[in-house]
Design a binder for this molecule. Structure first.
Ligand code: ADP
Ligand code: MG
Ligand code: MG
Length: 966
């Protein structure tokens, strides 16, 4: 906890966007050898970008899931701020009550009451045992912020009215000497942010109250313990007194008494602690600890308001791309005590297993403890199943409430409860965060249980979270022979290998330096989120399935093992020991988030299969969706994987990589270096059989489904080396002089290759290249068909900008096909569609003309984005982070289609193209084909299919279905 206060003073952390794009930049500059290397560089940049895309789009998805509704409200606010503010102020109360006497709010009022407040109201309404309280609206937080940190006028008067109501309901008096009303002050925004904002418990207790309570209870220890907790929490959270200043005093008293556990300190000792705490408080704050409970309350309310803009709250919102919220609500709630003795306790639970989704009640509890002790991960709690033996009645009641809640919300809930002397109270419920696997399983189960229908099930699964089910994992086989060092709790599935980092800062730094690190800590707390986010996995030695580390990791779908008690961590020495073995920041460690195992060294990861509930969900999605999903695949292996994931064809097969293979690159270079057409044709003839085999392979893997093959796209010099030595080797290999090679490289050099001699322009200059490729496709098709393999190629011309280009090249293509057909005396039909990529803005504008000579369009949104913005895709990371930071752009247009601009080109081209060619098939094959927000847009524009990387196919299928569900 001591870190909390320092964290608050730390400057805002770097944005995740900046951090991730940095990585991208680094890897793209790694390929050093200029032009040839540019190709490699681009490929590796693309890979990293894809990785980054995955991360970022995931957030985007989450954001869109939680935010769409909010955004609408925000937009409304933006258009009519004054009017809305005014009407709110007059129409809406500043404070909403919940309790047996009266409940003003409902569960639907999350915007205004925050998630916590809305659900406390909802639980009160349906008759659950919720300690009474009231919620100060998010609107008041906004007013506090806008007023520059001044309590909104009249707010404290409302608060007093509601406290009076609580007094009536509980029979206790706020600030009373003998029977004081104690409350908690809890933050809660519309979107749950685990641990982001601080709660103060036992508020309202004063010197007088402690004495009175002690007399009334006949117990001195409890009131003193409650009081020292209050002074500590209030001092730390509200007044910014460093936690360790309190902790040091507690330790001193314990040492003096010769005890180690807090619970062993007798009342007299606690009195010393309280006195010391008051002294610490006074030293740091400059005033004594307030004895007026309303003063305490007002300070606490303001602290919650302020915590909305604390760096760690801002950091969390940024990482999770949460925006458009006005502020946090403040909940003031009557205290119930789980620390009144062995008949009291506290716990947290999920109505189903948040890790696997299994329909089992999943929770943890601690006897004789106050709420925070569970979440803080300081004591490792017991599984809730053991509660039966401890207090059967409370356990039964809890199970009843669990069923009630699920039936009411029709959704998995994450709850907090406290048992005060055998009496169960509900302190919180919210939709439970879960892993991708759990989301799928719960959705399917709830359909079977008739809680929800299939459409709702599809709607609820965050498409992006499916990536977790597609991630490679350790298998029993791959783990065989690898020593298991320790076993903790399987907090969040996945498989991660990395080297330990022992602080969040270290995890961030080493990750940015390109290392894969595991964050290894005793426990995590909110200020560690940046480090947790960067690490490939999280491992803790204490805490349960509901500890901070577990909850946050699950929310992100990050591999996490908690409570691996065998680990003894020495963060200062950057090492941990297990028994006699020692591991340092240099050792590779693997963690299995599905089993809780911690393993020594690296473990091989295997790709998953699409089966079980996942397959069921996919089938439901297929029944609903109209948008088709293809894949981008260059090899039969990729094609097959995508097919297993449900791809309905290939939207893009690139042919250039095929020429880089060692057995062909020489022929390719000979072709490029040829000085006459016959020489060039001779070299191409060498390449032909290789190409044909490539196509036979891929057409066979995708039999029965369309395969769009793109003709050669990159500029020729990408195939030639630029260093003298490599040029000498090439010269030798093809029997020419190094000078000739050098000369050719010079001739082919372009100042701006992306805008240079590439795409269809190559085919205009060197028709024989096109002819060879088309011949290979046609021959491969005939070869397949004669073997009764239903090959369905489609030929795609890249980078068309004018109708004339397309006209000429289509003609050449069709002629070549006809020629091959005649030569082979093939009797069947060989109707291979010939279409083009639309990736040049001009092509989009003259799409009506181009469509007259094209069977299909496939939007190459990478180039289209590049050319519509005028941003070089390879260099954009030089300024994109600033653009995102300063909100010049809302998101990276290479990851999520820029609907406003680039999207317009897609729309125009679709409309104009279809006007002149009704049969025109429309698809998209850029990176955007796997991005949920972009997919929604493409569906809206009316494309026939999206094409994305194999691993994103299931995501695209689900999003396509969600498009139809509204
Ligand atoms: P968070 O959002 O971090 O979970 P909470 O406001 O839920 O913060 O509170 C932190 C802990 O304090 C929780 O365990 C909660 O159950 C407990 N708590 C909050 N209010 C009360 C209360 N009125 N009585 C008893 N425990 C409480
Ligand atoms: Mg809580
Ligand atoms: Mg392109």
């Amino acid at each position: 906890m001591s870190k909390k206060s320092t964290a608050r003073r730390r400057p805002a952390k770097k944005s995740a966007a900046r951090a991730t794009t940095r990585t991208t930049k680094k890897s793209s500059s790694r390929g050093a050898g200029k032009a040839t290397a540019r190709k490699v560089a681009r490929a590796s940049a693309a890979k990293t970008a894809k990785k980054t895309a995955k991360k970022t789009t995931k957030k985007t998805a989450k954001k869109t899931a939680t935010k769409t509704a909010k955004k609408q409200t925000t937009r409304k606010t933006a258009t009519k701020p004054a009017a809305r503010g005014a009407s709110r102020r007059s129409a809406e109360p500043a404070v909403f009550h919940f309790g047996r006497l009266r409940t003003d709010g409902t569960g639907t009022m999350k915007e205004l009451l925050g998630g916590k407040g809305a659900n406390l109201a909802e639980m009160s309404v349906i008759g659950l045992p919720v300690p009474p309280g009231f919620t100060i609206t998010t609107e008041q937080c906004r007013r506090y912020d806008e007023g520059g940190g001044v309590m909104p006028e009249g707010l404290m008067d409302h608060v007093r009215t509601h406290v009076a109501m609580l007094e009536r309901e509980t029979g206790k008096i706020f600030g009373d000497a003998s029977n004081p009303l104690l409350v908690s002050v809890r933050s809660g925004a519309a979107v749950s942010m685990p641990g982001m904002m601080d709660t103060v418990l036992n508020l309202g207790l004063t010197d007088r109250g402690v004495d009175g309570l002690a007399a009334a209870m006949g117990d001195e220890r409890f009131p003193l313990d409650a009081y020292r907790r209050l002074i500590n929490m209030f001092g730390d959270v509200v007044m910014g007194v460093p936690h360790h200043a309190f902790e040091a005093e507690f330790d001193r008293v314990k040492r003096a008494l010769g005890v180690t556990l807090d619970t062993e300190v007798p009342a007299a000792g606690l009195q010393q602690v309280v006195d010391a705490y008051k002294r610490v408080y006074r030293e740091h704050v400059g005033r004594p600890f307030p004895q007026d409970p309303y003063e305490q309350l007002q300070h606490a309310i303001e602290a919650v308001f302020r915590s909305w803009n604390a760096p760690r709250a801002i950091s969390y919102r940024r990482i999770n791309e949460i925006s458009g919220l006005v502020g946090t609500a403040v909940n003031v709630q009557t205290m119930v005590f789980g620390n009144l003795g062995d008949d009291s306790g506290t716990g947290v639970a999920f109505t189903r297993d948040p890790s696997t989704g299994r329909n089992v009640f999943y929770g943890e509890f601690l006897v004789n403890a106050q709420g925070e002790d569970v979440v803080a991960g300081i004591r490792t709690p017991r599984p809730v199943a053991e509660m039966k033996r401890w207090d059967a009645k409370a356990h039964r009641r809890l199970l009843e409430i669990k069923d009630l809640l699920e039936a009411h919300y029709r959704e998995m809930q994450d709850i907090e409860f406290t048992i005060e002397r055998g009496e169960l109270y509900m302190l919180q419920t919210r939709t439970g965060k879960r892993t991708g696997a759990a989301a799928v399983r719960i959705a399917v189960d709830m359909v079977e249980e008739k809680l929800i229908d299939r459409r709702e099930a599809l709607r609820r699964i965050p498409a992006e979270d499916l990536t977790q089910l597609l991630l490679p994992s350790f298998t029993a086989e791959s783990k065989q022979g690898v020593p298991v060092i320790a076993t903790g709790l399987p907090a969040s599935p996945g498989a991660a290998t990395g080297r330990p980092a022992f602080t969040a800062e270290e995890a961030v730094q080493r990750t940015q330096a390109g290392e894969q690190v595991l964050l290894v800590r005793n426990e995590t707390s909110p200020e560690d989120v940046d480090g947790m986010h960067h690490a490939v996995g999280i491992l803790t030695s204490t805490g349960g399935m509901t500890s901070h580390a577990a909850v946050v990791a699950r929310g992100w779908g990050k591999c996490c093992v908690v409570g691996a008690g065998a680990l003894s961590i020495d963060a200062k020495k950057r090492a941990f020991t297990v028994g006699s073995k020692r591991y340092t920041h240099k050792d590779l460690i693997s963690i299995d988030g599905s089993t809780g195992e911690v393993l020594e060294g690296e473990v091989e990861r295997r790709s998953p299969k699409l089966s079980g509930d996942f397959a069921t969900v996919m089938q439901w999605a297929d029944e609903v969706r109209t948008l088709r999903v293809r894949t981008n695949a260059d090899t039969p292996a990729d094609a097959k994987r995508a097919r297993d994931f449900g791809a309905e064809g290939i939207g893009l097969t690139r042919t250039e990589h095929m020429f880089f293979e060692p057995d062909r690159i020489t022929a390719m270079r000979r072709m490029i270096l040829a000085e006459s057409r016959p020489d060039r044709e001779a070299a191409l003839a060498e390449l032909l059989p290789f190409q044909r085999e490539d196509f036979v392979g891929i057409l066979t893997a995708m039999k029965g489904l369309p395969v769009t093959i793109r003709l050669l796209d990159p500029p020729l010099h990408e195939f030639l080396p630029h260093e003298a030595e490599a040029q000498r080797d090439v010269a030798k290999a093809i029997g020419t002089t190094p000078a000739k090679v050098k000369q050719r490289v010079r001739v082919l050099h372009e100042a701006n290759p992306m805008l240079g001699h590439r795409g269809c322009r190559l085919a205009i200059t060197y028709p024989e290249i096109l002819e060879m490729q088309v011949r290979a496709i046609a021959e491969a098709t005939i070869r397949c068909r004669t073997k009764r393999i239903d090959a369905r190629p489609e030929i795609m011309i890249p980078l068309t900008g004018t109708r004339r280009e397309m006209e000429i090249l289509r003609e050449r293509t069709l002629q070549t096909i006809a020629q091959v057909k005649a030569e082979a005396k093939f009797a069947g039909a060989l109707d291979i569609p010939v279409g083009t990529m639309i990736e040049i803005p001009r092509a989009a504008l003259v799409a009506d003309r181009i469509a007259e000579v094209a069977d299909f369009f496939s939007f190459g949104t990478n180039d289209l984005t590049q050319l519509s913005f005028g941003y070089s895709r390879d260099d954009v990371n030089g300024f994109l982070p600033d653009y995102l930071d300063q909100e010049v752009l809302e998101k990276d247009p290479f990851q999520s289609i820029d609907v406003e601009g680039t999207g317009q080109l897609v729309r125009i081209a679709s409309e104009r193209g279809r006007k002149t060619n009704r049969e025109l098939k429309l698809g998209i094959c850029g990176e955007h084909g796997g991005d949920p927000a972009s997919i929604r847009f493409f569906r809206e524009v009316g494309l026939d299919y999206v094409s994305c990387s194999p691993f994103r196919v299931p995501i695209a299928r689900l999003v396509a279905a969600q498009c139809e569900l509204g």
